[in-house]
Design a protein around this ligand. Structure first.
Ligand code: ARG
Length: 563
């Protein structure tokens, strides 16, 4: 709802209750039952003297009807207000039209800095479904912050350190090929990793060699580090290409390898606070008191662990960026790990420890590709593209009109994967279903892209010059006012995403808008209509395209104009 309606309502309720408008505005909500009106306020929340039901009734009688407010009633202790839908239509469509891609942005986060850490795959291991979810959900979390005015730093914390590099280096010595490495570093390193692990099953010395290799890495041995850093650089380059396909950019490529100095610093701090205990030569932190177990932070050979590096990384990030908030977008399998991490930072009495949040999510089952069960991100995207392409081919006439069908199939395929992932609450597990996600019917990515491209095509074909001052008074059909209503909800939805960070909210919103539009498009034609009907309809469709486009970009999609 546009702010002016809330301001007017708050002004009037303020005059009746003596409570300031600023206090009242956030209390104005959409009524549970839309039949009751457009805005509601729960009178008990005002904590006034007297019977709330009686007061609600009294207020309803006293509210003055004017160009903004056209009705007031009470339902028990709720005061319900009705706004002028035609005024909303005029103000809203003009405002969306003028704001374009900034429609829905808000400035609440102005001056605040957040780090969103996501994706974070492990070099030499498959980019599994958990990483895929972290990637798309994390990108969404970053977009939501940006839309709310925050300065947002996107960070990829690579799994690029640890004993597995010892194994990898040994494997590379035996099975490595320069050509293969340059061609596809991610797959080649993975193949080597698999082979050397097989060897290690029959040769126990391999693990010892790997451990001592990693020890050399941690001790800063330049020779072993140069090989490792090549693996890392080549892998990052390849990752960047894949992320670009998904519309994702990382401001920082960090990783477990990048924190050594801070890890030592963190370790000293832990010792000073008396948090370190000895356990058979290993160093541990006892978190039993908090029901979080015992945490090993240093092995008996002096090498460090995943958690140790996370403690150092957090410290480093705070000192480097002085963030106001930090989000870790990591699968629910690591709930305990992150609880331990946050607890340890808290025990170090770092004030910002309370500003670190875990964005958790459930598992995906059934994700495999034709090549097998070990899944790489580019294989998933490739398969989505191919499946999408074959679905598109079924409609021969339409297919012939698409300029670059392969590219369109790629983008729609990605939309299919993303929307399926975001269809339910984050924490739920779901089953990966290629067949279902590529369908143009149903609650899918292709359906949303189709809705967007249909609007684009109508606007393109009409080829009219539009402006924000077109007379909209003929646009009074219920289906049109319904679309306006949904468009008006967009800015509040963007703000509310900051509570709970549920991508499904945006997916459901986009589906609701697309369905309302499709009803509208059937009744309110543009082609062969006189200007006084066609132009306002085009303004409506343009505002709808802008809003749907903004919603799709929020979940990381590239809205399509042709498909
Ligand atoms: N690389 C890790 C993995 O694949 C995820 C990293 C999550 N982030 C963190 N700060 N621990 O399991």
């Amino acid at each position: 709802m546009l702010e002016v309606f809330k301001l007017e309502a708050a002004k009037q309720i303020s005059a009746l209750s003596g409570i300031s408008s600023e206090t009242l505005i956030p209390m104005l909500e959409a009524p549970k039952n839309p039949e009751n009106g457009d805005m509601a306020i729960a009178i008990p929340r005002l904590k006034l003297k007297g019977n709330p039901v009686q007061l609600a009734k009294e207020f309803a009688e006293k509210i003055q009807k004017n160009e903004f407010i056209v009705g007031a009633t009470n339902a028990g202790p709720f005061l319900n207000l009705r706004i002028s839908k035609t005024l909303q239509r005029d103000l809203l469509l003009k405002s969306v039209f003028e704001q374009g891609s900034t429609y829905g942005k808000c400035e609440n986060g102005q001056g605040k800095k957040v780090i969103v850490e996501f994706s974070s795959p492990n070099i030499a291991k498959p980019f599994h479904a958990g990483h895929l979810r972290s990637t798309i959900i994390g990108n969404f979390i970053a977009n939501v912050h940006a839309a709310n005015g925050y300065e947002t730093i996107t960070m990829n914390y690579l799994g690029d350190w640890g004993k597995q590099y010892g194994l990898l280096a040994l494997g590379f010595g035996k099975y490595g090929s320069e050509d293969e490495l340059l061609k596809d570093p991610i797959k080649h390193l993975f193949d080597i990793y698999v082979k050397i692990n097989v060897d290690a099953e029959s040769d126990a010395t391999i693990h010892d060699q790997a451990r001592s290799y990693f020890k050399r890495m941690e001790d800063g041995d330049a020779e072993v580090l140069s090989l490792w850093s090549r693996f890392r650089d080549l892998s990052i380059e390849k990752y960047k290409q894949i992320y670009a396909r998904l519309n994702i950019n990382f401001d920082v490529y960090s990783g477990e390898s990048q924190v050594n100095e801070y890890m030592e610093k963190a370790y000293e701090m832990l010792e000073q606070k008396g948090l370190i205990e000895d356990s058979k030569g290993a160093k541990i932190i006892d978190l039993e008191k908090y029901k979080l177990g015992k945490v090993v932070v240093k092995k008996s050979d002096g090498t460090t662990l995943y958690i140790t590096r996370d403690i150092g990384a957090a410290l480093q990030r705070y000192e480097t960026y002085k963030f106001d908030e930090m989000y870790y977008v990591v699968a629910s399998q690591q709930d305990l790990h992150l609880k331990q991490l946050f607890k340890i930072l808290d025990l170090l009495e770092l004030g910002w420890a309370k500003k670190c949040y875990h964005i958790s999510f459930g598992m995906v089952t059934g994700m495999s590709t034709r090549k097998g069960n070990v899944v790489f991100l580019d294989d998933i995207l490739k398969e989505a593209q191919e499946t999408m392409h074959s679905v598109m081919l079924k409609n021969e006439n339409k297919y012939a009109q698409i300029e670059k069908p392969e590219e369109v199939a790629d983008l729609v395929g990605i939309s299919a994967v993303v929307v399926q992932d975001m269809s339910a609450r984050r924490i739920k597990n779901y089953e990966f279903n290629m067949e279902q996600m590529v369908s143009f019917e149903g609650d899918t990515g292709p359906y949303l892209q189709y809705a967007h491209s249909r609007l684009s095509s109508i606007i393109r074909k009409a080829d009219r010059k539009l402006d924000a001052n077109i007379d909209l008074s003929t646009l009074s059909e219920p289906c049109a006012l319904e679309v306006v209503d949904i468009l008006a909800q967009y800015p509040d939805m963007v703000k509310n995403l900051m509570q709970g960070f549920e991508p499904c909210t945006v997916v459901h919103y986009s589906l609701k808008l697309s369905r309302a539009l499709s009803a509208c498009l059937e009744q309110l034609w543009v082609m062969n209509q006189p200007d006084h009907l066609a132009l306002p309809r085009l303004v409506l469709y343009t505002a709808a395209k802008i809003t749907l486009g903004n919603a799709l970009r929020l979940i990381g999609l590239n809205p399509l104009d042709r498909m």
